[in-house]
Structure formats: C-alpha cells, structure tokens
Design a protein around this ligand. Structure first.
Ligand code: PLP
Length: 384
C-alpha cells in the first residue's frame, strides 16, 4: 500500500491554497479576468498586470505543483506539449544535441523531430535501459537528456538517479517527464533531475476534464527563461483550467494509492490469463525494472500494458471489447480507459524506432471497484 510519510498529502491540499482573506472563502476564488486595475500608472497590486503575464489562480496552481515536486518554481501551460515546447525553446540553441529515451511519448518525439530539428537541434533516440546505448550516446556532447519513467506504453523503468548523475557529469540538462508516476509516486528533482515536465491533463488533473502542462525546476535561470517563454509566447493555462487543476491535485495522494492498488491486482489477473503473452507493469517481481522502480517510486502507478497472444486483430478485439474500460486516448483519470497505442497515441511513430508492437494494449486503470474492473476484463478477454 502506497504510504506518504513526508507530508505530501498535506502539501497537495494546502500549498498555494490559502483561504481568501477578504471573505474567508476556504477555496481560493477563480480570478476569471484578463487584466488588473493599476492604482497609478505602473502601480500594480501584488505584481498582477495582465492575464498572460500572471494570474493569481495560475499562481496558486504553480505554487502547489512546485511544492509537490519539491521544486522552487513552476510555470503552467495550456497543454503538456506547450510546456515541453516552452522548455525546449528556453534552453536549446541550433546545434545543441538532445538525447531522448526511445520509448518516450510519441508527441514529444514529434515535437522535437518536426519542430525543433528543423531549427537546427540534433535529436538522438536511445534505449536508456541499456548501459551500452547510454555510453554510446554520451560519447558525443549532450545538451539535454530527456527521459520518461515509467515509459509510455511499454512501462520501461530508467534509473533517474544514475542517469541524472551521468547527465550532470557530462554538462547536460536532465529533464524528466513525470506524467505517468506523478509527484505522489516519484520526485525526480530529489534524484538529481534539473527539470520536471507534466502533462497535467493526466494524473495531476485526474478527472479527464482539462488539458494542461507544467514545467517545474529549482534552477533559477531555467525558471526565469521558461517564465519568459510563457509570457512572450503566451501558451498560458487559463484561470478556470488552473482552478480545476488545483482542485484535482488536492486528491492526488488518495487517487494514486487507489490507482496503484487496482493496477497491481489487474496486472496479476492478466499475468494468469492464457490470452496474454506478456504484462508490462513495474510492480511485477519479474519486470526488468522492478528493483529500480521499487527504489525510486513509492507505488507502481495505474498504467498497465499487455502484449496479447496473436496479433493486431486480437489486440483490437480486446481494446474494443470492454464495457467499463472506455476506448479513448489519454490516461490518468478516475475512470478506466483502454487503448491500442499503435493505432492511437503512437500512430505518429509507426515505422520509427519508437514504434509500439501492434499486439500491445494499454490500460489506464481507474479507481472504480476492483471487482467490476476485473469482471469487465475477464469478459472481454473471453471473447477475443
Ligand atoms: N507526456 C506524456 C507522458 C503524455 O502521455 C502526454 C500526452 O499523452 C504528453 C506528455 C503531452 O501532454 P498533452 O496531451 O497535455 O499536451
């Protein structure tokens, strides 16, 4: 059972969430405004001037997420990819080389290869679970090392502490996409990463009702550059979305505990099923990254993938055959989802080194009653 012994659940509820002093409203209000009155030309109240440069609701979210990742600064964006793009533009110049884990989110690869490579960035995708591949990658200069763990959708685990120290020794900036684990289960800044990025659309929000992204760091210079990009390019998270996100985050600790418990039980159920060739879940003892995951995570999360015996047709029948697991892109909400990565989330990387085998099905295990989820899967598997 995932336990939080460092005040995480308390920070999730209180950091940046002080009651409104003028009314006593326990929940900070939504500052649904585009601009702020000035008491004289250039005399601002608490620094707020215009909604793109800053909004108190967005600030309250940014303080909350920074506290959860144990960073000092956070900037919230209108999507995870907008957050990633701002970070890349803030830190890279033409000629810089990026090393990206080869099982990274397909959209991250598309962003780098289609938007940043044409601007002169050099991109190499590398299996970050292979020490030979890591050695080869560091034989040339690396400006930025970008990793995800667990990865999407094959649930590979990379050792954040080891890679961060390798990256730092080589003078690289180390970025971790912490979307899958969330700060409830894993805090990469404490393991040596310089920056954490999130698709807040997923576990942080937790209710499948917003698109958002966050960049978190304790590096003042990076934070300043990212905040400048946020202001100058303007992909800010809107006040209502910021407020919904602060609301969702308050239950992150309990949600992640339940996601992890349900996913662990479902992984065991799937291991035992004759139609399943392989289960990808870092909580399983025989998962190649289990030991590292147990060291750097305090729960194994809610994402499970399987290779279905047979091929594409069988995988599609499973993905289309469940009742409670809804067929949809995305993950991390309270409701269970199922997807076929090769035709959905990872269609853009088909034919590249990041392609996902076509018999893989991915589950975002929600927090419904476990018995209901397991019955749904048993029925769907019985029909494939
Ligand atoms: N990172 C990961 C691991 C993701 O799964 C996603 C989206 O699926 C993103 C980043 C991009 O985030 P968004 O869809 O909020 O732009």
């Amino acid at each position: 059972m995932t336990s939080y012994d460092d005040g995480f659940a308390t920070r999730a509820i209180h950091a940046g969430q002080a009651p409104d002093p003028s009314t006593g409203s326990i929940v900070p209000p939504i500052h649904q405004t585009s601009t702020f009155i000035q008491d004289g030309v250039g005399t601002l109240r608490n620094g707020y001037e215009y909604g793109r440069s800053g909004n108190p609701t967005r600030t309250s979210l940014e303080v909350q997420v920074a506290a959860l990742e144990l960073g000092t600064h956070a900037s919230a964006f209108s999507s995870g990819l907008a957050a990633e793009d701002a970070l890349l533009r803030a830190v890279l110049v033409p000629g810089d080389r990026v090393v990206l884990g080869d099982d990274a989110y397909g959209g991250t690869h598309r962003l780098m290869s289609r938007l940043h490579v044409p601007l002169g960035v050099v991109l190499d995708t590398v299996d970050l679970t292979s020490s030979a591949a890591i050695d080869a990658a560091f034989a040339a200069p690396v400006k930025l090392l970008w990793l995800e763990t667990p990865t999407n959708p094959l649930m590979k685990i990379v050792d954040i502490e080891a890679l961060a120290s390798r990256g730092r020794a080589a003078g690289a900036l180390v970025v971790v996409d912490n979307t899958f684990a969330s700060p409830a289960l894993q805090q990469p800044l404490t393991l040596g990463a310089h920056v954490v990025v999130h698709s807040a659309t997923k576990y942080l929000g937790g209710h499948s009702d917003i698109i958002g992204g966050v960049v978190v760091t304790s590096d003042d210079e990076i934070a300043e550059q990212v905040a400048f990009l946020q202001f100058a390019a303007g992909a800010v998270l809107a006040p209502f979305e910021s407020w919904l996100l602060t609301r969702g985050i308050k239950t992150l600790a309990v949600r992640m505990r339940q996601h992890s418990a349900n996913a662990a039980a479902i992984a065991e159920q799937l291991v035992a099923h004759p139609s399943i060739e392989r289960v990808y879940y870092p909580g399983l003892q025989d998962h190649p990254g289990h030991e590292v995951a147990a060291r750097q995570m305090r729960g194994f999360g809610g994402m499970v993938s399987v290779a279905v015996r047979g091929g594409r047709a069988e995988a599609l029948r499973l993905a289309e055959g469940t009742r409670l697991f809804s067929l949809a892109e995305s993950l991390g909400g309270v409701e269970s989802l199922i997807g076929h990565p090769d035709s959905m989330t990872h269609a853009s990387v088909r034919g590249t080194p990041l392609a996902v085998p076509e018999n893989v099905v991915r589950f975002s295990v929600g927090i419904e009653e476990l018995d209901d989820l397991q019955a749904d899967l048993a029925e769907a598997l019985g029909r494939i």
